[in-house]
Write a protein that binds this ligand. Structure first.
Ligand SMILES: [Mg+2]
Length: 371
C-alpha cells in the first residue's frame, strides 16, 4: 500500500503580489508525502481561489481515507490514478499534488529524473518575471530591477483606472526586454480592442486573458487582435482546449489548475494538435511545486515559473536558476529536497513584528514541512 500524508504549508512572499482581482502577502499550499516501502515521494498543489478551491477543503479531501484508496497500491499506475482524480470535481490542486508525488516516487524507484523518464530535456525558455499591478512609475522601477536578472517581463494589468497603457509605456521606456501582459479578465471587449493595437505598437509579445473567462466576444477579439491572445482563466483542463481555440492563439497551462503533469501533457498534445501556442505558468508556490512544472518545461513556447522566486524563504531547494532560466536538476524524481531550517534570529524577528498567535502558527507550519 502507498501511505499518503498531507499538510498545509504557509509561504510568506518577499513582496506583496498584486493582480487585477487580488493582492497577497502570503500563500498557502498543500504538500503531500507518499511512502512506498523505503521510498518517499513529495508533491505540492496550490488551491486556486478563482476556481473555488481552498486549502481547508483540499487538505480535508487528501486526508479522507477514500482519497488514499484512489492512490491505490502501485506507484507506477500514473495514468490510472491521474484519470481517476480527473473525474473528481473541484480537486485540481489535490490531484496535482498526488500526481507530482507519484512522479517523484517513480523517479526515485528508477533512479531517474522525471524529465528523462518522459524522454524530454531539462532545457526551457527563459522564465518571465511577473511585475505586480501598481502605478506606472512603480512598475517601471520594479521592471528596472527585474531586468538585471530576468530576460522577459510579464506586466500585470487590469487596474480599471485608465492607466494600463501608461503602465506599459513606463516600463517600455526603461527596457527593450521582451514584454507580455496579463489582464486577469479585467477588460471589456471595447477596452481590449483599443488596448491591443497600442500594445502591438509598444512591441508587447502577447496579451493574456484580456476578457472575462467565457466572454462571448472572445472569438471576435481574437479575429481583430494584432498580437497573440493567450487564455489562462479560460483554460483549465484538456477538455477546454477546443473552446480556447476559438478565442485564443495560445493557452497558459498550470499544473495546479489542470491536475498535474499527466493532465498537462494531455493539454499540451491537444493544444498542439489544434495549432495553439503554449505557456507554462504557476502560482505562488515553493520549489517543490515549481520542480514538477520544470520537468516538462522543454515542451513550451513560453515559461512563467517565478512563483518560488517570489518567496521570502523557499522551504524546498534543488532547482537551478541560470541566466533567467529555471531548470530541473539531474537528480531522481522531481530532484528537490527540503531546504535548511530558517535561522533562529529570523523567527525571533517575527516575534517582535507579529502578534504572538500568528508567530506560533507560522512556526508550527515551518516545522510541519520538515519531514
Ligand atoms: Mg494569468
Amino acid at each position: 500500500m502507498i501511505e499518503l500524508r498531507a499538510r498545509r504549508v504557509w509561504l510568506r512572499l518577499a513582496e506583496e503580489v498584486v493582480i487585477a482581482r487580488a493582492r497577497e502577502r502570503h500563500a498557502e499550499v498543500i504538500q503531500v508525502e507518499l511512502r512506498y516501502g523505503s521510498a518517499v515521494g513529495f508533491g505540492e498543489g496550490a488551491p486556486a481561489a478563482r476556481f473555488g478551491e481552498t486549502p481547508d477543503e483540499t487538505l480535508a479531501y487528501l486526508r479522507d481515507p477514500a482519497t488514499s484508496g484512489l492512490v491505490g497500491r502501485d506507484p507506477f499506475a500514473l495514468e490510472t490514478v491521474s484519470s481517476e482524480f480527473a473525474r473528481v470535481a473541484g480537486q485540481r490542486a489535490a490531484s496535482a499534488a498526488i500526481d507530482a508525488a507519484l512522479h517523484d516516487l517513480v523517479g526515485q524507484l528508477l533512479g531517474q529524473p522525471v524529465w528523462r523518464l518522459y524522454g524530454l530535456t531539462r532545457s526551457a525558455p527563459a522564465t518571465a518575471w511577473t511585475v505586480s499591478l501598481a502605478d506606472p512609475d512603480a512598475m517601471a522601477r520594479a521592471a528596472e530591477t527585474a531586468v538585471r536578472s530576468y530576460r522577459r517581463l510579464k506586466l500585470k494589468l487590469g487596474g480599471r483606472d485608465g492607466l494600463d497603457l501608461e503602465r506599459v509605456r513606463a516600463v517600455r521606456a526603461i527596457t527593450a526586454a521582451p514584454l507580455q501582459v496579463d489582464v486577469n479578465e479585467a477588460w471589456t471587449f471595447e477596452e481590449a480592442g483599443e488596448a491591443l493595437a497600442e500594445l502591438a505598437a509598444l512591441g508587447v509579445d502577447l496579451c493574456e486573458q484580456p476578457l472575462h473567462a467565457g466572454d462571448p466576444h472572445g472569438p471576435a477579439l481574437k479575429a481583430r487582435s494584432p498580437i497573440p491572445i493567450f487564455v489562462d482563466e479560460d483554460c483549465r483542463t484538456p477538455a477546454d482546449v477546443a473552446a480556447c481555440r476559438e478565442r485564443a492563439h495560445g493557452v497558459n497551462v498550470k499544473l495546479a489548475k489542470c491536475g498535474g503533469i499527466r493532465q498537462a501533457l494531455k493539454l499540451v498534445a491537444a493544444a498542439r494538435a489544434t495549432g495553439l501556442a503554449l505557456m507554462l505558468g504557476c502560482t505562488a508556490e515553493s520549489s517543490l511545486g515549481t520542480a514538477a512544472a520544470c520537468q516538462i518545461a522543454s515542451l513550451f513556447d513560453y515559461v512563467d515559473l517565478d512563483g518560488n522566486l517570489k518567496l521570502r524563504r523557499d522551504p524546498w531547494a534543488g532547482l537551478e536558476l541560470t541566466d533567467g532560466v529555471q531548470r530541473a536538476s539531474g537528480r531522481p524524481g522531481l530532484g528537490v529536497e527540503p531546504a535548511a531550517a530558517p535561522p533562529l534570529e529570523q523567527l525571533g524577528g517575527l516575534y517582535f513584528t507579529r502578534a504572538r498567535p500568528l508567530l506560533r502558527r507560522v512556526y508550527h507550519r515551518l516545522r510541519e514541512h520538515r519531514p
